[in-house]
Design a protein around this ligand. Sequence first.
Ligand code: PRX
Length: 636
Amino acid sequence: MGAYRDFHRRSIDERAAFWREQAQLIDWREPFAEVLDYSRPPFARWFNGGTTNLCHNAIDRHLATRAGQKALSFISTETGQNRTYTFRDLHAEVNRFAAALGEQGVARGDRVLIYMPMIPEAVFAMLACARIGAVHSVVFGGFASASLASRIDDAQPKVMVTADAGMRGGRAILYKALVDEALRLAQYPPATVVIVNRGIDKDLKTVASRDLDYDSLRDRHMEAKVPITWVESNEPSYILYTSGTTGRPKGVQRDTGGYAVALASSMKHIYCGVPGETMFTTSDIGWVVGHSYIVYGPLIHGMTSVMYEGLPVRPDAGIWWKIVEEHQVNVMFSSPTAARVLKKQDPSYLSKYDLSSLRHLFLAGEPLDEPTHRWMAEAIGKPVIDHYWQTESGWPILSAVHGIERTPIRYGSPSFPVYGYDLKLLRESDGAETAPNEKGVVAIVPPLPPGCMTTVWRDDERFVKTYFSSFRDKLVYSTFDWGIRDQDGYHYILGRTDDVINVAGHRLGTREIEEAVQAHANIAEVAVVGIAHAIKGQIPLAFAVVKDAEKIATSEARDRHELEIMETVDKQLGPIGRPARVHFVAMLPKTRSGKLLRRSIQALAEGRDPGDLTTIEDPGALEQIRLSLQQVRNDS
Ligand code: PRX
């Protein structure tokens, strides 16, 4: 690993010179005065004083050379709609959207909350915000009204953008109805809601003084030319909420210049994309992967981005490979869960289509087990690159960097620290660096490189307290993941150190799910744990203590209650947080100081030893959990 090791070393030892070079990959209006201002650790200000714009870099700067090239190819197997936009078309649509937002009073620094299915208008809305210097906050469509309301209150948007409905597996999800409920719950609802009406919800209800139809707005702005708002590199481009240990989601704040540079650089060195080529990322715009590698990354790099609304197995398990063939996809990015789903399907789908355009497949978002990694690589006959990162980082932390050196891939490993990251594995007890093959907390010595979160939205203190306070005498960023490094420098991620779980690549806080369960009137107390699952990686299980035991006196009543609780979670948090089962117990295992023994419950549920129980208040509580698990196993 000579060439890559040197590249990485230089990114740390000669930080300013290194990033000054990378910064040439994007357009600046005014040059930056300094590469990095690190006068207030751990807050890093990248490319201080420079002015730029994400929308300009994603669209306008390409117009001279690639106006007629496809920028966005939209495919929906849900509605049967396919639409293609060249860079010229995208420019026109984004100008229209920007004009419509401007007309509603959205200005630089204002927030716009986007709650949308996977349709091109979601991308137009994001880029339109960037164009006028507004800050977007995209909320994943799988979140329900109460979660949406808490994000509305935190971001306090001036305008919300939504659609009448989305579709999943042929079933309509009524976005606008969920928005109405969220606005009823919110303390700071926006004055205006812009609705993209797809004609799916035939009974769409609107509020005359608040709701605007996007088509009518667009009609008025067909010829709009909205000038770029040049922003200082450190002005926020977006907020993206993510889960942590507490029930309250954190607004990850991203800057502008650092993000653009990190994305442009990763597109070249990590994803090895070539301008003019096509990238297909199967995530959703509501997640960080969608922000970075459906929207901004490929477009900044002058690539065509494929946007897909639908499931990987519908109409059949060949759909993604059909897209690869038809759209001549060169770079693909998906998730380990998707790979495990495809592994269960008829293998003939993999040989049915011509995949010769595809150079490599990237997977991220959750641990990729070695057998699935190996299977996927052999099945498509291309390198499959596991890479590790987070909402907080915005771009990869661990990866092979094949644009610099073709280091061999080891199955089950996301390879090496990415340039810019001074990554360490630290012993939890004293913060000392671990030896090879010794497990440690994956930590990053600040300053974090360009592109990473700059703070928690409106809460600098929470940023420092959450991420930089794990070790007493050391100011280091904790990823809250366990990792291990082998003697050759290959890294392996072993799961979270906190109470975050990962369901099919969706990051959820167990506290968040517990709060959603507690919204049910008959719940006194609940513990939620994530347990291993063959396809989804993890699934949530709930252990609940009811207030009125009469209500679960018979097995029918218990089943009914279980369903009711699941529906409560669907309504509060969204179906992604729904526990796979709800076990009813008379008490929860706790330490004598009242701390929930979540790890012991998890161990029992996974059939493992519950570990050290010397601090437990009442061993009978664990016995109850064991019995309840046994009961469910016997029933099924
Ligand atoms: O626990 C790690 C896991 O997903 C978390 C971040 O999730 P999210 O914020 O949704 O961002 C996903 C961006 C790809 C991490 O803290 N994770 C992510 N990638 C991997 C992973 N775990 C193991 N291997 C990976 N490649």
